[in-house]
Design a protein around this ligand. Structure first.
Ligand code: HEC
Ligand code: CU
Length: 363
C-alpha cells in the first residue's frame, strides 16, 4: 500500500492550517480581553498558549485526515456493495512513530508544567513582602492588614510590592479567584493557604468565588450587590491614602476574630507532648521555636511565657497562659501581621490547652 499524491497534498494543506492555528495561539491578544495584573500571570498565559496551540494543531490533523480518508477511500460505484478496503496489520514503522511522538510530547508538557508550577507556588516564602489575610464568609470576603484594626471589605495592594496573601475561611469552603491574576486558591476552614505575587498593573479587578458555598454563592463576585469586594491595584500614593483612611476608620475596631464560642478555655490537664506535635503541624509554618525576634510570618515563640525581655504579648497584655489561650482562640491582627483564630487554624479547645502547656514548657 503506497501513499499517493493526494495524501501528500492533504498533508501539506493540513500543515498550513496547523501552522495558522499555532500562529494564532502564539499571538492571540488574550491580554486585550483579560489583562495580566500580576507578575505570575504571564507564566500561566504561556502554558495556556502552548496547550491551546498544540491541541488545536492536533485537532486540525486528526479531523483533517478523517475527512480526507473518508473522501479518498470511499466506495466507488464500480465496487461491489459489500466490498471492504485493504486490511493493514503490523506496521512497525507507524507504531514506532505514533508511540514515540505522543511520549515525547507529554514528557515535554510535564517539564513545562512542573517548571511553571514551581514558579507560581509559594515554595520559598519571600521575606520582605506585604502580608495580607483574606477570609471567606457566607457570602462575602474580608481582609486583614498589619496595622489596621479589625477587617476591611476591599482588597487594596500597592503596585510593584511583593504580596503574601494568606487565606482561610470562617464557615465553609470558598475559593478566591481573580481572573486577571490567573491565580486561584481555596479558602478552607482550619487551613491557611497562601499565594505570593507582585502586582504589575494598576486598576480594579473582579474577585470571584469558584467553590459552591451555599445559597448566595453567586453573590460572592465583585459588584453583586454593590458592596462586594474588588481587588484594587494602587499606585503607592493611592495605596497610602487608602491605608491611612482605613486605619483611621477602624481605629476602635476589635482585633479579635469573632468565633462562635467566646467562653474562656479550661487549661488544666494540657499535655506537653500532644501540644508539641500539634505545634509542628499547625503552627511551625509561621512560628519558629526561637527568640521573639526570629520571625517567620509570626514571631518566635520560645520564651513567649518566660522571657523577661518580653513581658507582654502582642496584644499588649501580660504574658500569661490565659492570655496566650485567648490569642489562640480569637486570633490577633497587629503590626506584626495576622495570627489566625481557632477556627481558621482548625484547633479544638483541648488542642489549645495542649499548645499552651507546650509553649509554657519552652524556657
Ligand atoms: C499564618 C501564620 C500563622 C499561623 C499558622 C499561626 N500564627 Fe501565631 N501569630 C502569627 C502572627 C503574624 C502573629 C503576630 C500578630 C501580631 O502581633 O500582629 C502571631 C502571634 C502569636 C502569638 C503571640 C506571640 C507574642 O509574643 O505575643 C502566639 C502565642 C501565637 N501566635 C501562637 C500560635 C500557635 C500556637 C499557632 C498554631 C496553632 C499559631 N500561632 C499559628 C501568625 C501565625
Ligand atoms: Cu463562596
Amino acid at each position: 500500500m503506497r501513499l499517493d499524491r493526494g495524501f501528500w497534498t492533504a498533508t501539506a494543506v493540513l500543515t498550513v492550517l496547523a501552522l495558522i492555528v499555532i500562529f494564532w495561539w502564539v499571538y492571540a491578544p488574550i491580554t486585550a480581553i483579560m489583562p495580566e495584573a500580576v507578575d505570575k500571570a504571564a507564566q500561566i498565559d504561556a502554558l495556556y498558549r502552548f496547550l491551546a496551540a498544540s491541541g488545536s494543531a492536533l485537532f486540525v490533523y486528526v479531523v483533517g485526515y478523517i475527512v480526507y480518508f473518508c473522501v479518498a477511500f470511499r466506495r466507488r460505484s464500480s465496487h461491489a456493495a459489500d466490498a471492504i478496503g485493504v486490511q493493514i496489520h503490523d506496521s512497525h514503522k507507524l507504531e514506532f512513530w505514533w508511540t514515540l511522538f505522543p511520549f515525547l510530547f507529554v514528557v515535554g508538557l510535564a517539564i513545562i508544567s512542573v517548571r511553571i508550577f514551581y514558579g507560581i507556588e509559594p515554595i520559598n516564602m519571600p521575606s520582605n513582602s506585604l502580608v495580607v489575610e483574606g477570609l471567606g464568609h457566607q457570602w462575602y470576603y474580608t481582609f486583614r492588614y498589619p496595622g489596621i484594626n479589625g477587617e476591611v471589605k476591599q482588597l487594596h495592594l500597592p503596585l510593584n510590592q511583593q504580596v503574601t496573601l494568606h487565606v482561610s475561611s470562617y464557615d465553609v469552603i470558598h475559593s478566591f479567584w481573580v481572573p486577571d491574576m490567573r491565580l486561584k486558591v481555596d479558602m478552607v476552614p482550619g487551613l491557611v493557604n497562601t499565594l505570593t505575587f507582585t502586582p504589575t498593573r494598576t486598576g480594579r479587578y473582579n474577585i470571584v468565588c469558584t467553590e459552591f458555598c451555599g445559597t448566595l454563592h453567586g453573590d460572592m463576585r465583585s459588584g453583586t450587590p454593590n458592596d462586594k469586594a474588588y481587588l484594587f491595584i494602587d499606585t503607592p500614593a493611592q495605596y497610602k491614602s487608602w491605608y491611612d483612611s482605613q486605619q483611621k476608620a477602624n481605629a476602635n475596631a476589635s482585633n479579635e476574630i469573632a468565633v462562635a464560642s467566646s467562653s474562656s478555655i479550661n487549661l488544666t490537664g494540657g499535655d506537653v507532648a500532644a501540644g508539641k506535635a500539634m505545634f509542628q503541624t499547625k503552627c511551625s509554618a509561621c512560628h519558629a521555636v526561637a527568640p521573639f525576634e526570629q520571625k517567620i510570618v509570626g514571631p518566635g515563640l520560645k520564651g513567649v511565657l518566660h522571657d523577661p525581655s518580653h513581658p507582654n504579648l502582642v496584644d499588649g497584655e501580660k504574658a500569661t497562659p490565659e492570655d496566650v489561650a485567648k490569642i489562640l482562640q480569637n486570633g490577633f491582627s497587629g503590626p506584626l501581621g495576622v495570627m489566625p483564630n481557632q477556627t481558621a487554624n482548625g484547633i479544638s479547645d483541648k488542642d489549645i490547652a495542649n499548645l499552651v502547656a507546650y509553649l509554657n514548657s519552652l524556657k
